[in-house]
Design a protein around this ligand. Structure first.
Ligand code: NAD
Ligand code: UFG
Length: 338
């Protein structure tokens, strides 16, 4: 298949590009580099042997995107492009609704005009909200989202579901990611966000690399075994392989399907810190501070549907995730810009 990857220079998109090529697919990438750099494209090329085109293009730019579709004629789209910082979305809701929703509707329009029938979308466990009991299953009702970012995921899931209901030839896969961490084992690809990181692992990596003095653990008084939040951390390479499996299944089907992509195993913030210390062989400077607004105590998946229907499981461990993150930051202390 020829797969158009929006946001393919980003963290998850770049790892997925490598796994798609390894599985024999052709790809092309569209990214506006708002949270990435063209260096990521060079890195994908270092790890793969199949030529592909990458376009500096905002997905909201219909004219340019139509030209990409006309030239590339993709059979399927994996839609990663979007803004993803939960806290920033509270400060800049308009930017988040505009970027994430408009990019999706423009993309769907271009797909329709060009007869492209398969779309796989990067959704998030955030759509389960705080009302549902863990582990989260796909048949649970959506919960209340706690940020405009989360609401964009909920709205886009609805838009895609409605569009698939109106066009019976469309195949929509909604992949609800849990907490992607880790890096490609080569150390060539990893998480390389622009600016100060928001998520736990990139923050830990910056502290370990001496770029930020100290990590603050957000809350030590949650109703969990060690008082810190539990999350379902998943290695980005396992996550990337989940997309390949989802695409294989989508190719033979129409309608909308939802899959959790997680390990099903909860891990606390303190357990992540210990595992990272083991991987790096040195202590990490941290303190326990107040809770962060909007965090839920526990968030982890029931991954059995993806195992049953996609034949996919996340096999890499927390130690693998920390080893590969440490390997990436050790080889790239200044990210891709070194
Ligand atoms: P990322 O920021 O590394 O990648 C997103 C990419 O999209 C970036 O390269 C950015 O430059 C690009 N982009 C943003 N807006 C664009 C636009 N209008 N046109 C073209 N390119 C645009 O993020 P990621 O971690 O790789 O996440 C990928 C997707 O997965 C996002 O939709 C994110 O919301 C979703 N997701 C991520 C996580 C996570 O923890 N990383 C969890 C759940 C869901
Ligand atoms: N944390 C800290 N200190 C930090 C950063 C994070 O203690 O500096 C803690 C958080 O409180 C949380 C855990 O580490 O307990 C993980 O936090 P992240 O910010 O890495 O991830 P979240 O679970 O908050 O959010 C992630 C994705 C979102 C997605 C959400 C729900 O980033 O896109 O999972 O699936 F919406």
């Amino acid at each position: 298949m020829k797969v158009l990857i929006t946001g393919g220079a980003g963290y998850i998109g770049s790892h997925t590009a490598v796994e798609l090529i390894a599985a024999g697919h052709d790809i092309c990438v569209v990214d506006n580099y708002s949270n990435s750099s063209p260096a990521a494209i060079d890195r994908i090329r270092m790890l793969t042997d199949r030529p592909f085109n990458a376009y500096d293009c905002d997905v909201r730019d219909r004219e340019r995107l139509m030209a990409v579709f006309a030239g590339e004629k993709p059979d399927a789209v994996i839609h990663f492009a979007g803004l993803k910082a939960v806290g920033e979305s509270v400060q800049k809701p308009l930017e988040y609704y505009s970027n994430n929703l408009t990019s999706t509707t423009v993309l769907l329009d271009c797909m329709r005009e060009n007869g492209c029938k398969i779309i796989v979308f990067s959704s998030s466990a955030t759509v389960y909200g705080s009302e549902n009991p863990v582990p989260f299953r796909e048949d649970m009702p959506e919960g209340a989202t706690s940020s405009p970012y989360g609401t964009t995921k909920k709205f886009i899931e609805r838009i895609l579901t409605d569009v698939a209901a109106a066009d019976s030839s469309l195949s929509v896969s909604l992949l609800r990611y849990f907490n992607p961490v880790g890096a490609h084992p080569s150390g060539v690809l990893g998480e390389n966000p622009n600016g100060i990181p928001n998520n736990l692992m990139p923050f830990i990596m910056k502290v370990a690399a001496g770029k930020i003095p100290e990590l603050t653990v957000f809350g030590g008084d949650y109703p969990t075994p060690d008082g810190t939040c539990l999350r379902d951390y998943i290695h980005v390479v396992d996550l990337a392989k989940g997309h390949v499996k989802a695409l294989d299944r989508a190719a033979g089907r129409t309608g909308t399907e939802i899959f959790n992509l997680g390990t099903g195993k909860p891990t606390s913030v303190l357990e992540i810190i210990r595992a990272f210390e083991k991987a790096s062989g040195k202590p990490l400077n941290y303190k326990v501070g107040p809770r962060r607004e909007g965090d839920i105590p526990m968030c982890y998946s029931d991954p059995s549907k993806a195992k049953r229907d996609l034949g996919w499981t996340a096999d890499l461990t927390i130690d693998d995730m920390c080893r590969d993150s440490w390997n990436f930051i050790s080889k790239n202390p200044n990210g891709y810009d070194a």
